[in-house]
Design a protein around this ligand. Structure first.
Ligand code: HPA
Length: 270
């Protein structure tokens, strides 16, 4: 397997040497935003050690270039824990992101809502998370760097910037606590009742391992969920992956407006 420095120089050879400012990982049904990047798209298959993403509705390319004038690296897809049982699958891609110069990472995902007033098509900024899976991508790390503090893991500065961007766009951006449930089966209604008692607002099958890995690597990180459904037992709709893919574009349009506005503010140094 290639190391991160080798992969980063291979990427620079195709995408140019200018440092990347920010990374973006796109969730289910959100992959199209990557095509707005003015730059190059490098298939994960060309990057040894990058995940073989096998989930439909994802775009397994790394797009490096300009979005709203900011140099970004957009991961069109992530590997989920449920694909191969590896919570560290995104470690190498995030090491590469850091090698490319990025200091900040924004994660997106599709999630179920446990808050009745935040329904399908809405977006939710993660204020914090509950790692309900019990898994940790840093298990096996050998140095004391593995003892990563997780207070303010969801970076207050990035969150303030995203909230301000949403407000300028006239879009509500409620904050909530995301629960990582391993998947790939969805939750039972009883599990959702439990997660609500524990303080959860949204539930999904991703994001938490990448938040932990990002903090381990010293990247500032924030995450936004697009709500595709009410969590199990909270409405009569049938929860399915097809439904997730069909509903993601509703929130994706709002998410794109918020992210573009946020990037414009970065470019202007706001
Ligand atoms: N649960 C878990 N993951 C999800 C959901 C859900 O309800 N909706 C979209 N991804």
């Amino acid at each position: 397997m290639a190391d991160a420095a080798t992969l980063a120089s291979a990427i620079r050879a195709r995408a140019g040497d200018a440092p990347v400012r920010l990374g973006l990982i796109l969730g289910s049904g959100l992959g199209h935003l990557a095509h707005a990047v003015d730059g190059v798209a490098i298939p994960y298959a060309d990057l040894p050690g990058f995940p073989h993403v096998g989930v439909s509705g994802h775009n397994p390319n790394l797009h490096v270039g300009l979005l709203e004038g900011v140099r970004v690296a957009v991961f069109g897809a992530r590997e989920h824990y449920y694909e191969s049982g590896n919570p560290r699958a995104m470690l190498l891609p995030l090491q590469v992101l850091r090698e490319l110069g990025a200091g900040e990472l924004i994660l997106t995902n599709a999630a179920g809502s446990m808050r009745p007033e935040v329904g399908p098509g809405e977006v939710m900024l993660l204020s914090d998370h509950i790692n309900y899976s019990g898994l940790n991508p840093l298990i096996g790390e050998k140095t004391d760097a593995r003892f990563v503090p997780m207070t303010d893991a969801h970076d207050p500065g990035l969150r303030a910037g995203l909230k301000a961007a949403a407000a300028r766009q006239g879009l509500p951006l409620p904050e909530g606590v995301y629960c990582w449930y391993s998947g790939p089966s969805f939750e039972t209604p009883a599990e959702i009742r439990m997660l609500k008692l524990l303080g959860g607002d949204a539930v999904g099958m991703s994001t938490v391992p990448e938040v932990i890995l990002a903090r381990f690597l010293g990247l500032k990180v924030a995450a936004i969920s697009t709500i595709t459904n009410m969590a199990a037992g909270m409405s009569d709709e049938r929860i399915s992956h097809e439904h997730t893919k069909a509903m993601a574009p509703l929130g994706a349009a709002k998410l794109e407006r918020i992210l573009r506005e946020f990037l414009r503010s970065l470019r202007q140094g706001a």
